[in-house]
Design a protein around this ligand. Structure first.
Ligand SMILES: [Zn+2]
Length: 423
């Protein structure tokens, strides 16, 4: 469990203290919950044997037992979930007061031998209150990394290069399930959009959106992965509508293989570009067989990301060799997830980050997915966090496009006018 603990803002400076505080939180929290539950489950005569004072003030016995449990949960849960994380400090102060009251109570009754455990718990709670309150606080947000300054990597995109967005539909989710601290009442319409990247050396689609069989694809998922959705034209239909020449399309470059990114492959007869890791991830998936069904008749072009470091990412792959389409590994959401950086001739730059975060708030507000969703949806939560910090550091320098946030696509034209290469 410890390895999953969220990092506070100052974790990098106070790493040891951070882990020591986590150990103290778990120990104190567990001790209080166990003690409280044990006291509440004792029969009255047992309670009197173990705690003679409970015969004199039975109501106080019950109240303090409940407070033990609440204090124990309060010391751990807000830090762990990062929902109202300052509550941990409040709970720790409460435990200090509770324990000191108990000490006073015992001293008044002349039972001084009872106070050792209470003093120890009070001391642990005081350290937690101080540590999480002042030195190594846990916040809902990720640390604010140093923003990228200086020049962006050189790119010489050809003058004809353009990108277009092909929205294929939306599905409904609540912000509470998208970002830490999001409101349940805050309904979000998740975009499912493909991006057409036109380049004289050949075009690529980034992801495929919903396909003609999207309804069946959703039906094939376990119920917990389904949500109400609205379909628009498929990417394939949108290409046809402008008379797009399919010969130009080198393939679909997948940010990852989840159903909502690959469904549209069912009507696109072009190669799939993906990493070997992602191919293995898709093959091993037990809850999402959509890739398996839509990829059957496709050629799969595996690529390896073995080029130089790029914008803070350790390795990259420059697809056209001119810096216009650069892929980096972001193997946290799935074990083969990628981020696609695009540089356009007019100087605009984009980062198509797939499902690194589902909503732009993840980057602008530095908010991870909620704890439960991280556990369910992400393969490597630590890697996601590292990559999010990298993108957060870049957010002033390029347009960040989480696959599912319509706000990320602002300014990217729709494919309504005839693109280059149409007949
Ligand atoms: Zn997705």
């Amino acid at each position: 469990m410890m390895s999953a603990s969220p990092f506070p803002v100052d974790a990098h400076r106070h790493r040891r203290l951070h882990y020591a505080l986590w150990a103290a939180q778990w120990l104190l929290g567990a001790a209080l919950v166990v003690a409280g539950v044990m006291k509440l489950s004792l029969a009255a005569d047992q309670a009197v044997t173990m705690f003679p004072w409970s015969a004199d003030v039975p109501l106080l016995y019950t109240i303090t037992s409940v407070l033990d449990v609440l204090g124990g949960l309060g010391v751990i849960l807000p830090s762990l979930t990062r929902i109202a994380p300052r509550t941990t400090v409040v709970a720790a102060v409460g435990v200090v007061l509770l324990m000191l009251s108990a000490v006073a109570f015992y001293l008044i009754r002349g039972e001084a031998s009872e106070i050792v455990a209470n003093l120890a718990l009070a001391a642990a709670a005081a350290v937690i209150a101080w540590g999480r309150g002042r030195v190594a606080p846990i916040t809902a947000q990720l640390p604010d990394p140093e923003r990228m300054t200086g020049t962006l990597p050189v790119a010489s995109p050809p003058a004809e290069m353009m990108i277009f967005q092909l929205p294929t539909g939306t599905y409904l989710t609540r912000a509470a399930f998208a970002v830490t601290g999001g409101a349940f009442a805050d309904q979000r319409s998740f975009a499912s959009t493909a991006i057409l990247v036109q380049h004289p050396k050949g075009d690529l689609l980034i992801d495929a959106g919903f396909g003609a069989g999207a309804d069946a694809h959703i039906e094939s998922l376990p119920s917990y992965r389904r949500s109400p959705h609205d379909r628009a034209e498929t990417a394939s239909a949108q290409l046809d509508a402008v008379g797009y020449d399919r010969q130009r399309l080198l393939g679909v470059l997948l940010t990852h293989s989840h159903w909502d990114h690959v469904s549209g492959l069912d009507s696109l007869d072009v190669p799939i570009w993906m990493t070997a890791e992602e191919r293995r991830y898709a093959a091993d998936s037990t809850s999402d067989s959509v890739f398996d069904s839509v990829s059957r008749n496709h050629e799969i072009r595996e690529f390896t990301i073995d080029g130089p470091a790029y914008l803070g990412f350790p390795r990259s792959l420059d697809i056209h060799g001119d810096g216009s389409v650069v892929v980096v590994s972001a193997a946290g959401h799935t074990t083969g997830s990628i981020i696609v950086f695009i540089a356009l001739p007019d100087g605009r730059r984009y980062a198509f980050i797939g499902d690194l975060t589902w909503q732009l708030d993840g980057i602008t507000g530095r908010l991870e997915k909620p704890l439960l969703m991280r556990k369910l949806a992400d393969s490597d939560t630590k890697q996601v966090r590292r990559d999010m910090e990298r993108i957060i550091a870049l957010q002033d320098r390029l347009q960040v496009v989480p696959a599912h946030d319509a706000r990320g696509y602002v300014g990217i034209p729709l494919l309504v006018t005839s693109p280059v290469g149409s007949r």
